[in-house]
Design a protein around this ligand. Structure first.
Ligand SMILES: NC(=O)c1ccc[n+]([C@@H]2O[C@H](COP(=O)([O-])OP(=O)(O)OC[C@H]3O[C@@H](n4cnc5c(N)ncnc54)[C@H](O)[C@@H]3O)[C@@H](O)[C@H]2O)c1
Length: 251
């Protein structure tokens, strides 16, 4: 299903995004990564061959996201069909930056990708990365929790907003899906930073039990991307397993 599909993954130089990029390449997708830096990354274009392109940009600048989409389409000579808004930070000391990266950039990335997919009349899927912290309170990181709650509500609302557009499409060829991924703590540099930057961070994180591996989270990413039945899905993944929160509010 993913063979030759053009994908854009923000924040793909590290952690969960990095693991997803590896999976997409293994599925023969054409992957453009957008990250602010590759200095500490294990990602190098030449290792992955023609299926990977690295774009350096800042998701807080909509013009950079726009340029990344354009570059991906030109580089692979095909329209964008998979957009993963994954870049995120956990920095309670910089409220504006946290909101801009974790929430505003997800909104901008979704808006630009939907617009492109509609213009080019292709089927597409957008996966936005939230967190279990968008569902349950995080007293030690309230700003982060607020941004992630915002991502869930935003994505779910865009899904409902696209329903009439999707209904008007004749077949599956032009359906645009929007899904949300909510992992609990997972072993990545972001978690290491969280543990060391908040008081009793390691204790708080360890009290919740085993952190997920990036591989476990990548399985969920792939489900939301590949399974055409998943639209408007809010997938929660924790060390207790995978569940969906999928209520329709107004029926
Ligand atoms: N690790 C966890 O415990 C966990 C749990 C739930 C949700 N998440 C979410 O998963 C996503 C990925 O996090 P991760 O744990 O892999 O973190 P990470 O720090 O390993 O990776 C995040 C990536 O985003 C990039 N990035 C940050 N700001 C950027 C910007 N302005 N422009 C472009 N790229 C930027 C970083 O350079 C980095 O490569 C985030 O949205 C995070 O909130 C993580």
């Amino acid at each position: 299903m993913l063979r030759n599909r053009v994908c854009l993954v923000t924040g793909g130089a590290s952690g969960l995004g990095f693991k997803l990029v590896q999976r997409l390449i293994a599925a023969n997708a054409k992957v453009c990564v957008m990250d602010k830096s590759y200095t500490d990354s294990l990602l190098h274009s030449q290792d992955a061959g023609e299926g990977l392109h690295l774009f350096e940009g800042d998701v807080t600048k909509p013009e950079d996201i726009s340029e990344a989409i354009k570059t991906a389409e030109e580089y692979f000579n095909s329209p964008l069909q998979v957009m993963v808004n994954n870049a995120g930070i956990g920095d309670e000391s910089d409220v504006a930056r946290t909101i801009n990266i974790n929430l505003k950039a997800v909104i901008d990335g979704t808006t630009l990708a939907v617009h492109k997919m509609q213009m080019e009349k292709v089927a597409g899927v957008i996966v936005n990365v939230a967190s279990m912290g968008g569902i349950y309170p995080m007293p030690f990181a309230p700003v982060y929790a607020a941004t992630k709650a915002g991502v869930i509500q935003y994505s779910r609302s865009v899904y409902e907003r696209l329903e009439s557009y999707n209904r008007a499409q004749k077949g599956k060829d032009q359906i645009i899906r929007v899904n949300t991924l909510c992992p609990s703590f997972a072993e990545t540099p972001l978690l290491t930073h969280l543990k060391s930057s908040i008081p009793n961070g390691a204790k708080i994180v360890d009290a919740l039990g085993r952190a997920l591996t990036a591989d476990e989270v990548a399985d969920c990413f792939m489900t939301l991307i590949e399974d055409e039945q998943k639209n408007g899905a809010i997938l929660r993944v924790t060390n207790h397993g995978v569940t969906y929160q999928n209520e329709k509010y107004f029926q």
